[in-house]
Design a protein around this ligand. Structure first.
Ligand code: GLA
Length: 741
């Protein structure tokens, strides 16, 4: 691994065993991008990669030089107004009303390891040898402003991380209108853009579209990263599949409004930009103030989508998530939400916890409805003290009683919100986001607390700290249940209102940081009406997230398959719920529900006190099974094998590091009449190891399983002999493969 600076050609080359990232200082002292992709040999000079052409109608920097036009030069961090006609990475309003910028190269620093970003989530290293970093300083003399471009390349991973820091060194204010975390100019447009889109209960479905000239983008303007578009895009070459081909993934470590955009010009070059959404963002930077953007991550693979995902999984699981649970298997939980909604009392909760314990679960989670006057979604939000009518022992008493039963206790909170019918709102109506003299819209009968105001964050922090200190709480589900509107803070001046959306996110991160530091043994799970804030920013604080309110096993195939494009299995909250399912009214077999949920953190979200004898026996076995194998489910290497978006059959698998153990999940949505024989080619096994397969009575070598495939129409052999034809819709199988050598 290296970051090299070639003095003669003023070229930077960041490379490791798998990737190269090259750019240089151009004739005008700005930075030009030369190459990103598969590793190429280092050399002193890559100037031949700088393509320039004289084109009619182009604006050129120098008199008598028709070649040097910023419109046609691939740039590292472009600005608008000096000849480049595409969208810029940065836009600044200046004192004289002008907007033209000229950030010129001044100096650079190369150092081992990686810096943390103050107040923002970011990937990290555990020792300095894991990565090298480069910090480039650019300066605009006219506005006396310093721009630092930060890069890190990981030694063992095909990953470059980037962010930008800007500092106003002059005496006049400047106003940032746009400051992207990343810009990457690519030389052609022969890509398909892959994105994760959806809505509540159908989060992170995979969509692809061919790049076309013009703008293609996804974004959030909801105040959270959103279920609608995840802060991620990938550009893949035609013919790139799960198993082969070139793909570049771009992911933003941020939980608020974002923009991910590809701008293709009519010369067929593609400009990728990723960062805070400029819409609704305006940041006045006074003298001596600086601003740090969120971090963006670029992952390259020449070996298909699975390979790109595995890089994201390793990075986000081991070098973004933090804390005790980063490397620990997750407790198997029972959550009362879908079983009781708001209708419970202490006795009922104790009986739930007792039953959960007897089934083998390790954590009982009390969801919404335990506090204030919270008997429906219309009141009580914001009042984080127990409702003593429902829970006479309070949370401290209840949590202790439940812990005494031999099962841990977890709690739901939604600290960023209030109902108008709450003590908190009555005492502090000025503490919510609201635009003066405008209608105030509600969402789920609730309003958003102004987390851009430190006083509000401090109050919530003190309240929660006090609650958690008194109680025996091992897990927190941190919810957030509405998109934001009328965003404006009464605590800030009118000229600072463009900062509120980002300051809110900084307030949120600050609250998380304080609580995870105070309570390092608590497992945090983030949630936002299911998966509306399932993003890398949250993973820095909470190593798992509630993937979706949709707990139907068949819908979960798409949601979990899509989520796995970027996010590790250990981050996906997944529960077995009742049938018919609450969201889909669909009846799926109990084993299929578990077979999907095993590929996640695993738990139950149903009335455990109302199970049939058969169901109880099955659940006891399921929990035993998960305890035995969760290490490989949550931390093994995950491969997608066949997609629910294009097939009636979904399959995926996990493989242990030593390849001696693998588990394949196979799911068939609809029964087909008189169907053909089916098999699925496995991945990631050791070709020379012989595996015993749990449902079969014969052994098979890894090479056969990867080349011929695993037979899934298994009704002619082994455990399922003769039963296949009658199983019907929503069938699933779990194959445990163990090497016997
Ligand atoms: C959100 C969550 C659910 C549940 C409810 C409680 O919708 O996603 O899991 O916690 O809130 O109100």
């Amino acid at each position: 691994m290296a970051i090299k600076y070639h003095e003669n050609s003023k070229t930077f080359h960041l490379y490791n065993e798998s990737i190269s990232y090259i750019f240089k200082v151009l004739e005008n002292n700005q930075l030009g991008q030369l190459y990103f992709g598969n590793k190429i040999k280092d050399r002193d000079n890559f100037d031949h990669l700088l393509e320039m052409q004289s084109r009619t109608m182009s604006v050129c920097i120098y008199e008598n030089n028709p070649y040097f036009s910023l419109e046609h030069i691939k740039q590292e961090y472009p600005t608008y107004g000096s000849g480049d006609m595409r969208y810029p990475a940065i836009d600044i309003s200046q004192k004289n009303g002008g907007k033209v910028l000229n950030f010129e190269f001044v100096s650079f620093k190369i150092f081992k390891g990686k810096k943390t970003l103050n107040g923002l989530p970011a990937t990290y290293v555990e020792n300095a040898d894991e990565a090298d970093s480069l910090e480039i300083t650019l300066y605009d003399k006219l506005i006396e402003t310093k721009l630092k471009l930060l890069y890190t390349i990981y030694n063992e991973l095909p990953v470059i991380t980037r962010s930008v820091n800007i500092e106003n060194c002059g005496s006049d204010d400047i106003k940032l209108n746009r400051i992207m975390s990343l810009n990457l100019d690519l030389p052609d447009m022969d890509y398909e853009m892959l994105e994760l889109t959806g809505a509540w209960a159908r989060e992170r479905h995979i969509k692809t579209r061919k790049l076309e000239q013009g703008i293609q983008s996804i974004y959030s303007m909801r105040g959270c990263s959103s279920a609608n578009f995840n802060p991620f895009i990938a550009l893949k070459r035609e013919g790139c599949t799960e198993y082969k081909g070139e793909i570049i993934g771009f992911s933003l470590i941020y939980s608020g409004n974002f923009l991910a955009q590809v701008d293709v010009d009519t010369y067929d070059t593609s400009r990728v930009s990723l960062g805070i959404n400029p819409h609704g963002f305006e940041w006045i930077l006074k003298s001596d103030e600086s601003f740090q953007t969120p971090e963006a991550v670029i992952v390259y693979s020449g070996k298909g989508i699975n390979d790109m995902s595995q890089t994201f999984h390793s990075l986000y699981q081991k070098r973004l998530a933090r804390g005790k649970y980063r490397d620990e298997v997750r407790p198997i939980l029972v959550n009362n939400w879908e079983a009781t909604y708001f209708d419970f009392d202490e006795e009922k909760l104790i009986s739930f916890a007792e039953k959960s314990k007897s089934l083998g679960a390790e954590l009982f989670v009390l969801d919404d409805g335990w506090f204030g006057n919270r008997n429906n979604s219309k009141s009580g939000l914001g009042d984080w003290h127990p409702n003593l009518e429902k829970i006479p022992s309070g949370i401290d008493g209840l949590s202790k009683k439940i812990n005494k039963l031999g099962i841990k206790f977890g709690l739901w909170i939604e600290p960023e919100m209030v109902n108008k019918d709450s003590e908190l709102y009555r005492n502090h109506p000025e503490w919510i986001l609201q635009t003066p003299n405008r209608n105030l819209s509600q969402g789920r009968n609730q309003y958003v607390l102004d987390f851009s105001n430190n006083e509000v964050v401090d109050y919530i922090y003190d309240t929660l700290k006090n609650l958690l200190e008194k109680s025996e709480v091992s897990y927190i589900k941190w919810d957030m249940n509405r998109s934001m509107s009328e965003v404006y803070s009464l605590a800030h001046k009118s000229e600072d209102q463009g900062k509120i959306m980002h300051k809110y996110i900084l307030g949120l991160y600050d609250l998380y940081e304080r609580l995870i530091n105070d309570f390092p043994n608590i497992l945090f799970e983030s949630c936002a009406s299911g998966g509306s804030r399932f993003d890398p920013g949250m993973l820095y604080y909470a190593p798992q997230a509630w993937t979706s309110d949709n707990t139907d096993a068949i819908e979960r195939l798409k949601i979990q398959y899509g989520s796995s494009i970027v996010y590790p299995i250990s981050s996906m909250g997944s529960h077995v719920s009742a049938a018919p399912n609450e969201q889909m009214y669909r009846n799926t077999p109990l084993d299929t529900r578990a077979n999907v949920a095993y590929f996640g953190t695993f738990g139950y979200e149903l009335d455990v006190t109302n199970l049939s004898e058969d169901e109880e026996k099955i659940i006891i076995e399921q929990i035993k099974f998960m305890k035995k194998y969760r290490d490989i489910f949550q931390f093994g290497k995950f491969y997608r094998l066949s997609s629910p978006f294009s097939s009636n059959e979904t399959s995926w698998m996990v493989v242990s590091e030593d390849k001696k153990l693998a588990i394949v999940g196979y799911y068939r949505v609809l029964q087909k009449v008189n169907q053909s024989f089916r098999r699925v080619k496995l991945l990631g096994l050791d070709p020379n190891l012989e595996y015993v397969i749990s449902t079969y009575d014969y052994k098979v070598y890894g090479d056969e399983l990867m080349n011929v495939g695993l037979i899934t129409s298994d009704y002619s052999s082994g455990k399922y002999r003769g039963v296949g034809k009658i199983e019907g819709d929503y069938l699933s199988r779990l194959y445990v493969l163990k090497s016997i050598s």
